[in-house]
Design a protein around this ligand. Structure first.
Ligand code: SAM
Length: 286
């Protein structure tokens, strides 16, 4: 496996994913009952955005641009929506904890900081070095289990959780062309068979517009009859040959009125992350 998330930490796709993830957790935590946060592809948990030879500068077009826009009020449409300021506060909190303005929280750090005493977490990572770093950070974290291995397998073995409530992030690297897509489809089916009310979030890359539309249809088919919403943000015209044109999230069983909130914050976020208006964004049913 060649993929190393440190090359991409804090880029526009991370921002899109992490804003949405924090907002989903907040929506679910409106109920007092505890939940399981399951991160099937956790990465190392926390990142340094200034590591010579490792970081690629992608955060400059992502979290760093967003933080500047919020600090100087230059956001596309005035004041930032609450979900964006909440995310910025989470990033700042990580930077304060680590004493570095170059610190960036991965999904584990972001979410563990927000879990309540009634909530639990399970974080899974397959790469040995990434897992060692993850364990070093979080082995003393209460109510948190860490596992070295295949995250897709947990979608069958760990669900349903005893709490009967779960937020699951499925965030694979998609480096082996079609394999991760196939495993996401099978994983969604396995998870919903055991636990049909789980809130499942899948990140996916957007390259060609036609491929993204086919993928959305495949997801709708495999989660039927559960509802799913797609949040997409692209910084380049679909089909341009830059590699990663956009970032997509499929949210199965979204909380009540969650898509209305996404429709408020997504265009604001796209306005900041895509100042040239070369791309676009949308909240879609299929
Ligand atoms: N979720 C992280 C975040 O938002 O900060 C980023 C995760 S990164 C996109 C994908 C991670 O999945 C990599 O660290 C990679 O080593 C790991 N990985 C790849 N295949 C895996 C598998 N089958 N099970 C668990 N982890 C895997």
């Amino acid at each position: 496996m060649k993929y190393l998330h440190a090359h991409h930490a804090g880029n526009f796709a991370d921002v899109h994913k992490h804003v949405t993830l924090l907002a989903l957790l907040a929506a679910m935590q409106r109920k007092p009952k505890g939940l399981l946060y399951l991160d099937t592809h956790a990465g190392r948990g926390t990142y340094d955005l200034d590591q010579p030879g490792v970081t690629t500068g992608e955060a400059g077009d992502g979290v760093l641009r967003l933080m500047r826009a919020v600090a100087d009020g230059s956001g596309a449409a005035g004041a930032a929506p609450a979900e964006i300021t909440d995310y910025i506060e989470a990033v700042r909190s990580e930077q304060r904890t680590r004493g570095s303005r170059q610190a960036y929280p991965g999904s584990p750090a972001l979410m563990l900081n927000r879990l309540r005493d009634v909530d639990r977490a399970l974080l899974i990572e397959a790469q040995q070095d990434e897992f060692i770093a993850l364990r070093r950070e979080f082995e003393r974290q209460p109510r948190t289990r860490l596992r070295h291995g295949d995250g897709f397998a947990a979608l069958a073995s760990e669900l349903p959780p005893v709490e009967r409530r779960a937020l699951v992030l499925i965030d694979p690297p998609y480096e082996e062309t079609r394999e991760d897509y196939r495993r996401v489809e099978a994983g969604l089916q396995a998870a919903l068979q055991r636990f049909e009310t789980g809130v499942l979030v899948v990140w996916y890359p957007i390259k060609l517009g036609r491929d993204a539309a086919n993928w959305r249809r495949a997801v709708v088919d495999c989660v039927k009859p559960r509802s799913v919403r797609f949040s997409e943000l692209w910084r380049f015209p679909l089909d341009s040959r830059v590699g990663l044109n956009g970032s997509g999230l499929a949210i199965v069983n979204p909380p009540y009125l969650f898509d209305e909130r996404m429709r408020a914050w997504l265009p604001w976020l796209a306005g900041v992350l895509d100042p040239a208006h070369a791309g676009g964004c949308g909240v879609l049913d299929s």
